[in-house]
Design a protein around this ligand. Structure first.
Ligand SMILES: [Zn+2]
Length: 294
């Protein structure tokens, strides 16, 4: 049937059809099934929406003069993200900037397809930008020895720590939070519903994870960096937290509750950043203890 359609349709349609089947930017990477769970898109607060999967956060901000997307999940989830954006009534072509929390394929694998389809510029730390352009994590990444490559993202630039990105009615600020990856960035902005405004934090992963021969004990500079990042997230003005992996901050439970119509809004939780930081600190200490007892 598809072949027949192709024969009788115009040449451009056939080209699009074959691209859909052989698109290198959306080819599946091996993934934890939890990361791929479909998720209905939801309004989190004001101009801020959740458009990710059930296991990986992606946020859309409607600035009134174009859209900002944060993170891209995996190559094979890019189409679902675009469908989520359209389901909310927005146009993928109106995304002006795509921000990234880390150059690991579960958060950045979909960026190449999303940037291509939207025409958006991708922005992250200079270290993260170099990794995205290469499609390969930084050599100093604790997981560098054994992590999937992902499609390179050519239209990418770095922003400085504390740098502000202005679009429409929104200013998004970069907060560098290295440690889980050398180029990790968290992002903050204010979102308003009428007269009520809240400080939103999209926090990068702060998990002490390593592979190959990497140990945190053997890299005190990385351990110190991660500790400082955990302290930094703990100190942010934070009314609403989205963590890169929702289940690292109870986000999966909050999403389910929000979807079920829970009131008050479960995401408005003033101590969420502190709890997220405490969890990350505990994980780091547990890892250091394990390494010391080997
Ligand atoms: Zn990661």
């Amino acid at each position: 049937m598809k072949y027949l359609s192709c024969v009788i349709a115009a040449a451009f349609f056939c080209a699009a059809w074959s691209a859909g089947h052989d698109d290198p930017l959306t080819a599946a990477l091996p993934a934890n099934p939890d990361w791929l769970k479909p998720q209905t898109p939801l309004k989190l607060f004001g101009n801020t929406y959740f458009v990710g999967t059930g296991g990986i956060s992606i946020v859309l901000i409607d600035t009134g003069d174009g859209l900002i997307l944060i993170d891209g999940a995996l190559p094979q989830t890019a189409a679902a993200t675009e469908a989520n954006i359209r389901q909310l009534g927005f146009r993928v072509e109106d995304i002006r900037y795509i921000l990234n929390t880390e150059a690991h394929f579960d958060h950045s694998g979909g960026l190449a397809a999303l940037a291509r389809d939207s025409g958006a510029e991708v922005i992250t730390s200079p270290i993260g930008a170099a990794a995205l352009k290469a499609g390969q994590v930084d050599a100093h990444d604790p997981q560098a020895s054994n992590i999937s490559r992902s499609p390179p993202v050519p239209n990418t630039r770095g922003i400085e720590d504390g740098g502000a990105l202005r679009l429409g009615n929104t200013v998004v600020t970069a907060v560098f939070t290295p440690g889980h990856t050398p180029g990790s960035v968290s992002w903050t902005w204010r979102s308003c519903e009428g007269e009520t405004c809240r400080n939103v934090v999209f926090a990068s992963s702060l998990n002490a994870v390593a592979n190959g021969g990497f140990t945190y004990t053997g890299h005190p500079e990385v351990t110190a960096q991660l500790r400082a990042s955990i302290d930094r997230v703990e100190g942010l003005t934070c009314d609403l937290l989205i963590s890169a992996h929702p289940d690292n901050s109870g986000g999966d439970v909050k999403i389910a509750a929000l979807e079920a119509g829970a009131t008050p809004n479960p995401f408005l939780a003033p101590r969420a950043c502190q709890a997220y930081a405490e969890r990350a600190r505990g994980r780091l200490q547990a890892r250091l203890d394990r390494e010391a007892s080997r």
